[in-house]
Design a protein. Structure first.
Length: 264
């Protein structure tokens, strides 16, 4: 949320001083800057103790294989977890990728005029991340996913489909960001708890990023659909399907709250 806020500021700044056809390119190039932090993460963030224990127990010449996440006893979990992440990320991309364009083209706001609306969404996102992190332990992983999926679905429909005033839309931005972003707070812990330590990195990495890859198609499909129907209809339709998928996937997966991880 903090990175998104900084990007929104740069977005307003660059579009104020550069022609639109150059501003988006400059903003895109600036996206390389966070990659520098990978160097510090690699050097300063240590592997967890449970992983080091598993590594020490590993038989010489028998390292964990990536394809083990597709083994008969694990495959069904991998598929369901991938569906869960696809739904959560698909709904998020459907909202955030097209939100500035929706505000500009369908609500008639200028680039600078969208700043307040984006700020409200970003503030809601930050609060959503924090509160959801606590709720995922209080309610359980599955119930929290379902709660935030239902909240996201409801708010997206209100935000894009109802003929509300711009003032009402401004305040709806807070719950929009709260639910759409907060749903991810439990994702890391849930994916970690679904897989044994031996293949936990492979399982979590694959499920989250296959979800990201499939969800990345959603903005494209919304753009194509918007050539035939209003952008608000495309956003609402894809968000509704995405969060419905999240609910179904969450119901099918086991609850892992309180699960004790081991080095096996």
């Amino acid at each position: 949320a903090l990175g998104w806020g900084l990007t929104a500021i740069l977005y307003a700044l660059l579009f104020s001083v550069l022609p639109p056809e150059d501003a988006w390119r400059a903003l895109f190039i600036l996206g390389i800057v966070p990659a520098i932090f990978v160097i510090f993460v690699r050097r300063l963030v240590k592997d967890p103790e449970i992983y080091r224990e598993a590594k020490a127990r590993q038989e010489p010449g028998n390292p964990a294989k990536f394809y083990e996440i597709f083994a008969p006893g694990i495959l069904f979990t991998t598929i369901r977890a991938s569906i869960l992440t696809t739904g959560a990320l698909g709904g998020y991309y459907a909202i955030t990728s097209w939100l500035p364009t929706f505000l500009k083209n369908e609500r008639g706001l200028s680039v600078l005029g969208t700043g307040g609306y984006l700020a409200m969404v970003i503030i809601g996102s930050y609060v959503g991340y924090v509160i959801s992190a606590y709720l995922t332990d209080i309610l359980g992983r599955k119930k929290n996913f379902i709660l935030f999926a239902v909240g996201s679905f409801t708010i997206v429909l209100l935000y894009t489909q109802l003929p509300v005033s711009n003032g009402v839309m401004l305040w709806l931005g807070f719950p929009l960001g709260f639910f759409a972003s907060g749903i991810f707070s439990g994702m890391g812990s849930f994916l970690t708890e679904l897989f044994p330590t031996r293949i936990r990195g492979s399982g979590q990495g694959f499920c989250y990023n296959i979800g990201r890859a499939l969800a990345a198609l959603f903005p494209l499909l919304i753009g194509l659909l918007s050539q035939k129907v209003p952008l608000s209809v495309g956003i609402g339709a894809f968000a509704a399907v995405s969060y419905g998928v999240v609910i179904l996937a969450a119901l099918s997966l086991p609850e892992t709250r309180g699960k004790q991880l081991d080095a096996e």
